[in-house]
Design a protein around this ligand. Structure first.
Ligand SMILES: [Zn+2]
Length: 182
C-alpha cells in the first residue's frame, strides 16, 4: 500500500528529506529521473506529470542535502540560519489564506523549477515548525541504521522513531534479544 499523500507543506518536507533512507541497503530512493518525476507528482498530488530531466536529479539531491542541515545542525540558531539562507536565495510570495476557518500564511515559491519550489516551501514549513514548537522537536530516528527525520508533535516530547515501522522493528529486535538471553 502506498503511503498517504502528504497534506501539508511540513509533511511534504519530511517526505522529501526521507527519500534518503539508510534503512535500505540502497539508501537513495530516487534512483533515476523517472522515479523523481513520479515522486514530485505524488508529493504534490498533481493531476499533471511534473517536468523533470536528467539534471533535475542532481538538483533534487543537492536540495535535499541543503534542507537536511536543519536536522543535523548543532543547535536551533544554526538550523534557523541554514533555513533562512535557503529562503534568501529562493524568495517566495507570501499571502494570508483561509484554512479551515483560521488564517494561515501561504508561501508561494516564485521559482519555476519544481525542485527549487519544493525546497523553498519545505524551508518555510520547517521554520514555521521551529517557531511553533521549537527546534527540540526535530528528531532523527533512533532505530539504527535508519536516520530518517521527524517532527515530534507528542505532548511530552516522547517520540524517538520516524515511523511505526521503525518503532515495531526496534521493539521486536529487543524482544528477540531478551529471548535469546533468557
Ligand atoms: Zn526510522
Amino acid at each position: 500500500m502506498p503511503p498517504p499523500i502528504p497534506r501539508t507543506s511540513l509533511e511534504r518536507a519530511l517526505e522529501f528529506l526521507n527519500t534518503w533512507d539508510t534503512l535500505s541497503p540502497e539508501p537513495e530512493r530516487i534512483v533515476d529521473s523517472a522515479i523523481l518525476g513520479r515522486f514530485m507528482h505524488w508529493v504534490h498530488d498533481r493531476p499533471e506529470p511534473v517536468d523533470v530531466d536528467e539534471r533535475s536529479l542532481e538538483r533534487f539531491r543537492r536540495a535535499r542535502a541543503e534542507l537536511r542541515v536543519a536536522f543535523d545542525a548543532p543547535d536551533e540558531a544554526s538550523a534557523v540560519a541554514a533555513l533562512n539562507g535557503i529562503l534568501a536565495a529562493r524568495p517566495a510570495a507570501v499571502r494570508l489564506e483561509r484554512d479551515n476557518g483560521a488564517w494561515r500564511m501561504a508561501h508561494e515559491p516564485i521559482q519555476e523549477d519544481p525542485i527549487e519550489a519544493l525546497l523553498a516551501e519545505s524551508a518555510v514549513a520547517l521554520l514555521e515548525a521551529i517557531r511553533d514548537g521549537g527546534w527540540e522537536r526535530f528528531g532523527i530516528c533512533a532505530g539504527s541504521p535508519c536516520t530518517c527525520v521527524y517532527v515530534d508533535r507528542t505532548r511530552n516530547r516522547s517520540r524517538r522513531f520516524c515511523s511505526d515501522l521503525c518503532n515495531d522493528r526496534v521493539s521486536q529486535e529487543a524482544h528477540r534479544r531478551r529471548q535469546k538471553a533468557g
